[in-house]
Design a binder for this molecule. Sequence first.
Ligand code: ADP
Ligand code: MG
Ligand code: MG
Length: 199
Amino acid sequence: MRAASQVLEEHRVELSTLDREIGDGDHGENMNRGFGALVTALERDAPDSPGGVLKLAATTLISKVGGAAGPLYGTAFLRAATAVKDAAELDADLVAKALRAALDGVVARGKAELGDKTMVDALLPAVRAAEEAAGRGEDVPTLLKAAAEAAAEGADSTVLLVARKGRASYLGERSVGHLDPGARSTSLLLRTFADVASG
Ligand code: ADP
Ligand code: MG
Ligand code: MG
């Protein structure tokens, strides 16, 4: 989460610039505020399990990010926390389950489908790649690397799509030609988790 906060800080301007093109220009600020608050909360009182950290991420992001992304990422982390229960460590199967639960949460909350030009276009392929990797018996770093690569490809695919959910959908066809900011932040998060897991 600390690494994620740092990466989101580095990409703050980029994410808000993407959001300025097809939204209201605040996605970088929103994500930064949320993950900054999460790092502060972790410094104050770090939970001693992965599930506890995921739950703290959920509650912090829900209260600090705002907009569309806050409740969506908050729900994603909350469902992930529920999926890993009180496991002391996350193996590949649990990481795949957590990612699937996160996606299900985003879809339950936002009702976006693949191709609607949202974070789902990054997260759904990532979940599929993670489940395939877990099925092959890969370790966590390999699984997360596969998920991150699929997310990056999925995020890039949003450039050609017409937005059907969120603020960008107000633009209709004019949203074509722009990368979706939420898909980009999802891709950045997964790449960071992969990098941290690889050590
Ligand atoms: P807001 O649009 O309220 O300013 P943000 O700018 O922080 O919120 O987040 C925008 C991102 O949220 C979009 O780029 C998109 O990826 C994601 N998003 C918006 N609506 C939905 C939805 N219904 N389902 C999934 N993701 C969505
Ligand atoms: Mg916005
Ligand atoms: Mg906004």
